[in-house]
Ligand binder design. Sequence first.
Ligand SMILES: *[C@@H]1O[C@H](CO)[C@@H](O)[C@H](O)[C@H]1NC(C)=O
Ligand SMILES: *[C@@H]1O[C@H](CO)[C@@H](O)[C@H](O)[C@H]1NC(C)=O
Ligand SMILES: *[C@@H]1O[C@H](CO)[C@@H](O)[C@H](O)[C@H]1NC(C)=O
Ligand SMILES: *[C@@H]1O[C@H](CO)[C@@H](O)[C@H](O)[C@H]1NC(C)=O
Ligand SMILES: *[C@@H]1O[C@H](CO)[C@@H](O)[C@H](O)[C@H]1NC(C)=O
Length: 307
Amino acid sequence: LSACQSMKGGHSTPPTRSMSRGSGLLWGVIGVCLWAAAVGFKPVIIVHGLFDSSGDFLTLSRFINESHPGTNVSVIDLFDRSSSLQPMWKQVEGFKAAIYPIMQNAEDGVNFICYSQGGLICRGILATLPDHNVHTFISLSSPQAGQYGDTDYLKYLFPQFMKSNLFHLCYTSVGQRISICNYWNDPHHRDMYVNSSDYLALLNSERENPKSAEWKTNFLKIKKLVLVGGPDDGVITPWQSSQFGFYDDNETVVEIQHQEVFLRDSFGLKTLGARGDLVICSMAGVQHVWWHSNETVYQTCIDKWLQ
Ligand SMILES: *[C@@H]1O[C@H](CO)[C@@H](O)[C@H](O)[C@H]1NC(C)=O
Ligand SMILES: *[C@@H]1O[C@H](CO)[C@@H](O)[C@H](O)[C@H]1NC(C)=O
Ligand SMILES: *[C@@H]1O[C@H](CO)[C@@H](O)[C@H](O)[C@H]1NC(C)=O
Ligand SMILES: *[C@@H]1O[C@H](CO)[C@@H](O)[C@H](O)[C@H]1NC(C)=O
Ligand SMILES: *[C@@H]1O[C@H](CO)[C@@H](O)[C@H](O)[C@H]1NC(C)=O
């Protein structure tokens, strides 16, 4: 309980005439600490992104442990590195099996922090798990509205994953066996995206989905959606996709509140907004690989939602 110890330290002023008020304060602080120790913070479940693994979240785990002492943080160690290219539904089923027992052990619910592609995996879990108990869903620079762009990072890792190649690869049934293709969203070929994406277009109800009402009800069991992203990301393209903005067919970014999925409330975004449970946190100066390890990001966009 390091935070509690330092809070106590901060109040140990020399005895004065206001001693009784001071010690009242001190007892108040101790009370809060005892409460935190007894009630505890909700467990945090972290889902990683494309090409990374659980080891990349040690810094984030430390930030959480320091600000919310005693929190049980689980970084799910599945589909690491190149395995993260496996189809999104397969990953959803794998992560779900690992996460469900943690939820069942958490009577007050859990919080999700889902990074990059992991943010889309978490949406798949939230839509298809009727009895989930996720309180806050923090989406950390995830391509929530899809991805379209040649980023330096992708060019470097996989020259074959360039816009021109992905157009031909993704909009076929073979291409849909690769995770990126499940949310590759070419604004010049919307009809092909809608026809072929068997993941994002279904989650968004852009494509006919017989289960859309059920999925929306499940998703809306979350208490808060926090969308974190920023203009210097360099990988998520357009970066506004991290907050449900996306290109129109002219490659002009249309923000979340003018998006059809929002206006039609296809899966609950508009409802969350009306409830006051949609939080958008933008930060400049953060490159994609730093979102989970930048202390300013943690303090500004994450810390206060981990109750
Ligand atoms: C959390 O912080 C405490 C106190 O500083 C430390 O003893 C403990 O090892 C930390 N746990 C983790 C998982 O980092
Ligand atoms: C943390 O959560 C996991 C999954 O529910 C559980 O197995 C483990 O015992 C918990 N650890 C602590 C220290 O409570
Ligand atoms: C999309 O699917 C519809 C219905 O199956 C079909 O009529 C249409 O030609 C398809 N469009 C493209 C671009 O594949
Ligand atoms: C597309 O962009 C061009 C150039 O900026 C502009 O002249 C045109 O009006 C735009 N079209 C639409 C449909 O927004
Ligand atoms: C962390 O974020 C702050 C605020 O945006 C930024 O100024 C800083 O450069 C970032 N640090 C790293 C290592 O990305």
